[in-house]
Design a protein around this ligand. Structure first.
Ligand SMILES: Nc1nc2c(ncn2[C@@H]2O[C@H](COP(=O)(O)OP(=O)(O)OP(=O)(O)O)[C@@H](O)[C@H]2O)c(=O)[nH]1
Ligand SMILES: [Mg+2]
Length: 290
C-alpha cells in the first residue's frame, strides 16, 4: 500500500482546481475563468486498490494585499509543509522566467513534478520550449504536459504521482472523498456563481457564509449570507427589482442540487460588512483560517 499528500500549487488561473476535479472525478473545487477563484486549501482523496492520494488544491500564489490574501497564502504554506509530492502547475502561456522565480522561491523540500497545463492552447513548439527551459531546474524532478480540462495525459501524471508516493497505510476512510463539511462546498458553489455572473470587484470583495443547513424529509433547507464591502455592491448583487439575486439564487440552487443529489430550498441574504477582507474577526467567522 502507498499513501501520501500531494499538493497542487501555482499561479492563479493555472488550472489547479480543474486538475483536482479531473483527477478525483467529482466537482469539488470551484473553477472560473477569473484569477484568484480558490481561497482555501481543498483536500480530496483518490483511492485505488493499493494507494490513497490526499490531494490539496490551493489558492494561486500572489503577493498579499489584504489580510484575506495573507490567509490564502497561509493555506498554500500549510499544504507545502505536509506534502510528499508537490505538483508545480503552470499555464503554458505564462512567462517562463516568472514561473521560474516563483517555483524557486518556494524552496521545496518535497519531490516536485512540473505540470505544464493547457497543451490545447499552444503550438507544439511552445511545449518543447517549456520542457527545455524547465528540465534542469533544481525544483523540477519530473515534467508532465497535460490539458486538465480535456483530461489529456492525466493517466501519465497519475502514474508518476503513484510511483513517487511513500509506502504507508491509508490516512482516511476509503469511502470518503473529502474531509471538508458539505456546507463548505455549498458556499463555494454560490461563490462560483458570483464569479460567473459579476464582473470587476464584486467577486473579489464578496464572500459566502452558510448560516443554516437542515436536512428535511424531502429536501435540504439552506440559508446563505453573501457578504460585500459596500452598499453599492449590495445593490449590484440584488440587481434592478431583484433580478440578479434571483438569477444567482436559481443557478446556485441548481448546482447545489446536483452536488447534493437532493432537492434544495435556498435562501440568500446580502449583507454589508465594511472592509471585511482586512478584519481578523470577520475573516475567522467566514472560515478563513488555517
Ligand atoms: N483551454 C484550457 N483551459 C483550461 C485547462 N485547464 C483549465 N482551464 C481553464 O482555466 C481557467 C482557470 O481554471 P481553474 O481551475 O479555476 O484555475 P486555478 O489554478 O484553480 O485558479 P485559482 O483558483 O484562481 O488559483 C478556467 O477557465 C478553466 O476552464 C486546459 O487544459 N485547457
Ligand atoms: Mg482554483
Amino acid at each position: 500500500m502507498k499513501s501520501g499528500f500531494v499538493n497542487i500549487v501555482g499561479k492563479p488561473n493555472a488550472g489547479k482546481s480543474t486538475l483536482l476535479n479531473a483527477l478525483i472525478g467529482e466537482k469539488l473545487a470551484i473553477v472560473s475563468s477569473k484569477v484568484q477563484t480558490t481561497r482555501h486549501r481543498i483536500r480530496a482523496f483518490l483511492n485505488g486498490p493499493d494507494y490513497q492520494i490526499v490531494f490539496s488544491d490551493t489558492p494561486g500564489v500572489i503577493e498579499p494585499k489584504y489580510k484575506l490574501h495573507e490567509k490564502m497564502m497561509d493555506a498554500v504554506r500549510s499544504s507545502m509543509e505536509d506534502a510528499d509530492v508537490c505538483l508545480l502547475m503552470a499555464d503554458l502561456r505564462d512567462n517562463f522566467e516568472e514561473l521560474d522565480t516563483l517555483f524557486s522561491a518556494l524552496s521545496l523540500k518535497s519531490k516536485a513534478i512540473l505540470v505544464l497545463n493547457k497543451t490545447d492552447m499552444v503550438k507544439p513548439a511552445r511545449i518543447d520550449e517549456a520542457v527545455t527551459f524547465f528540465q534542469n531546474r533544481s525544483y523540477c524532478d519530473d515534467i508532465v504536459t497535460i490539458a486538465a480540462s480535456k483530461k489529456v495525459n492525466l493517466d501519465k501524471l497519475l502514474e508518476k504521482i503513484i510511483t513517487s508516493l511513500p509506502a504507508g497505510e491509508a490516512f482516511y476512510d476509503q469511502d470518503d472523498l473529502t474531509d471538508m463539511p458539505t456546507r463548505f462546498f455549498c458556499g463555494e458553489l454560490i461563490r462560483e456563481k458570483i464569479f460567473e455572473l459579476f464582473e470587476e470587484e464584486i467577486p473579489y470583495q464578496s464572500t459566502v457564509m452558510i448560516t443554516r443547513f437542515e436536512e428535511k424529509a424531502t429536501l435540504i433547507k439552506i440559508s446563505a449570507d453573501i457578504i460585500v464591502q459596500r452598499e453599492s455592491q449590495k445593490a449590484i448583487i440584488l440587481g434592478t427589482g431583484g433580478s440578479m439575486i434571483k438569477k444567482l439564487g436559481t443557478s446556485s440552487r441548481q448546482s447545489i442540487e446536483l452536488f447534493l443529489d437532493s432537492k434544495v430550498f435556498l435562501e440568500i441574504f446580502v449583507r454589508v460588512r465594511n472592509n471585511w477582507r482586512n478584519n481578523d474577526l470577520h475573516l475567522k467567522e467566514y472560515g478563513y483560517h488555517v
